[in-house]
Design a protein around this ligand. Structure first.
Ligand code: CMP
Length: 138
């Protein structure tokens, strides 16, 4: 799955009405959407998904935020997907994100930063399997 990555439009992106614009930007940037759903993470889901961050001071805030409303989860296919998608979304903190990136355009803060992008091929596969069964991936 080296040509695939996993993304979520986070609750702030959904609340602020940016689902369409973000999916359009993803498609226009050469990513093929091979799985897509709107869903809401439970507290247990978010704690498991972000387990790597469970010692961080912002962990509670992160779980609270990620469960407060629906998200849009997707799997994206493109050559060099993980790296190219992280370039497209921009820095974690929108104040540091490059012009034209999804976070520069749509994120509001370091915590509420509109989108997720997997940070490695290994995590892309783990995160994709967390949200999608085999039958939901095309
Ligand atoms: P992301 O990199 O997608 O996954 C981890 C998330 O934790 C990150 O996006 C932010 O939403 C959140 N995060 C990272 N650093 C902080 C911070 N200092 N304060 C609040 N949230 C943070």
């Amino acid at each position: 799955a080296t040509n695939r990555t996993f993304t979520m439009i986070k609750p702030d992106g959904v609340e602020n009405g940016h689902i369409g614009a973000i999916l359009e930007k993803i498609s226009a940037s050469g990513f093929r959407i091979v799985a897509l759903k709107m869903t809401q993470m439970t507290t247990a889901d978010a704690e498991a998904f972000y387990a790597v961050h469970n010692e961080r001071p912002f962990f509670g805030e992160l779980v609270e935020f990620m469960t407060r409303g629906p998200i849009v989860a997707a799997i994206l296919e493109k050559d060099n997907a993980v790296e190219d998608f992280r370039t497209l979304i921009g820095a974690t903190n929108p104040a540091d994100a490059a012009e034209g990136t999804i976070r520069k355009l749509y994120a509001t803060s370091m915590g509420e930063n509109a989108v997720h992008g997997s940070d490695s091929d290994e995590n892309a596969a783990i995160e994709s399997a967390f949200h999608f069964s085999g039958r939901e991936q095309f």
